[in-house]
Design a protein around this ligand. Structure first.
Ligand SMILES: *[C@@H]1O[C@H](CO)[C@@H](O)[C@H](O)[C@H]1NC(C)=O
Length: 392
């Protein structure tokens, strides 16, 4: 009897072990099949994140990391084709206007309609001064059209557009993806030269929606404290992001351009704000650093890092992706990315609300909290803002 029982036990154990072996094998092969994408995404992020502290404390300026190329000071020297040197000068021409915010929008020559939508909505200087009682200045940074055959026709249209609106700032460089850092240099050099007293500078894409009333309120609140208006660089922060090494990717960066496994922390280029002192520091860094890093927001991160400035996360600055359309979101949002056709309708909704903007009361606030938690924390929604944003 005992012998038979043992025999059965052994067979059971065998069966059990077999199953275990099989599952392990299966798991291993799944891991092996998925290894490459896993490797790219998880591992490279893990590696880069562990390098983050090193890179963030690395001295780009002092390290002789400069290559023999031109510095940003030289590269920013493209002549202006369209300029408005008096944009920030007071009406009597004797001094600087008290400008709270200079809104620099990165545009491309052919994006006439996007620029018009921005002028009519969130970039409307008149609306801001009438409704919010502060001065903002709107300017579009553009280069020249990359297609030589269409260039002169587009250029004539740009000049006509600028005669009406007087808000284009154009330098003589080809407006391409790989010249985005040149456009960044334009913004910081122009601001330093022609609008140095603006208390804040925002850089934004032309497919971004900015909730100007919320942004102005946020900046005014910061300005009212001693430290708040200084040392500010706020946006959607990328922490310890790894450079993309796959050649097929748009953001591919070869090792000789950037050898380290992680970028310094930087804010998404879709929209971020810096205070005047930070803008001046970035300007100084661009004079010394090699601007061949063509991803403009990463280059901005390198400049800031060299000057000891680190970015501050704000839950309602978006990276990729649109904010969910809901009044409970509009109350808080600052930027939202990926808008072209819906800027006007969104602006109507947003300003409607602020016109009748009465406090919601306890129940209303609870309702909004629940709605935001649903919109931002459920996994099926695109990640514009983090789940944390629902509770701030
Ligand atoms: C940037 O613009 C300059 C000046 O027009 C041009 O010579 C250069 O080729 C452009 N760079 C890229 C990568 O497009």
């Amino acid at each position: 009897m005992a012998g038979v029982e043992m025999f059965i036990n052994i067979r059971r154990i065998h069966k059990y072990q077999c199953a275990q072996l099989l599952t392990t094998g299966l798991l291993l092969s799944v891991v092996m099949v998925c290894w490459e994408p896993l490797d790219h995404h998880v591992v490279s992020h893990l590696v880069s994140y562990s390098y983050r502290y090193l890179v963030n404390s690395y001295d780009f300026l002092g390290s002789g990391g400069r290559r023999p190329g031109p510095t940003g000071g030289e590269a920013a020297g493209y002549p202006y084709l369209i300029n408005h040197p008096w944009k920030c000068v007071s009406e009597d021409g004797k001094g600087w206007e008290d400008v709270l915010l200079l809104l620099f929008v990165k545009s491309s020559p052919e994006n006439f309609e996007r620029r018009q939508a921005i002028r009519d909505t969130w970039g409307d200087e008149g609306f801001v001064s009438a409704q919010l009682g502060v001065n903002v200045r709107l300017a579009f940074a553009v280069g020249v059209h990359p297609d030589a055959r269409r260039r002169s026709r587009v250029q004539r249209a740009l000049l006509r557009e600028d005669q009406v609106h007087k808000d284009l700032i154009q330098q003589n460089f080809v407006d391409t993806f790989h010249n985005l850092t040149t456009k960044l240099l334009l913004q910081f050099h122009w601001s330093q030269m022609y609008c140095p007293r603006a208390r804040f500078l925002m850089s934004a894409d032309d497919d971004v929606f900015v909730h100007t009333p919320n942004l102005v309120q946020y900046l005014l609140r910061l300005s009212s404290t001693q430290a708040g208006a200084r040392n500010l660089w706020v946006g959607h922060v990328h922490k310890g992001a790894p450079p993309v090494r796959r050649r097929t990717n748009k953001y591919h960066v070869p090792y000789d351009l950037y050898p380290w496994p992680s970028y310094p922390d930087y804010t998404a280029g879709a929209g971020y704000v810096v205070s005047a002192d930070v803008a001046a520091k970035i300007y100084r860094a661009t004079l010394l650093l090699d601007p061949s890093m063509y991803i403009d927001d990463v280059f901005m991160g390198m400049c800031a890092q060299a000057m000891g400035v680190s970015p501050r996360e704000h839950a309602y600055f978006s990276g990729q992706g649109k904010a969910p359309y809901h009044p409970c979101i509009y109350d808080h949002m600052i930027t939202s990315h990926g808008h072209a056709d819906d800027v006007r309708s969104l602006w109507r909704k947003v300003t409607d609300r602020s016109a009748h903007g009465s406090p919601r009361g306890l129940l209303g606030n609870l309702y909004c909290l629940a709605v935001r938690a649903m919109l931002l924390c459920l996994p099926n929604h695109q990640k514009t803002y983090s789940c944390r944003a629902a509770f701030t």
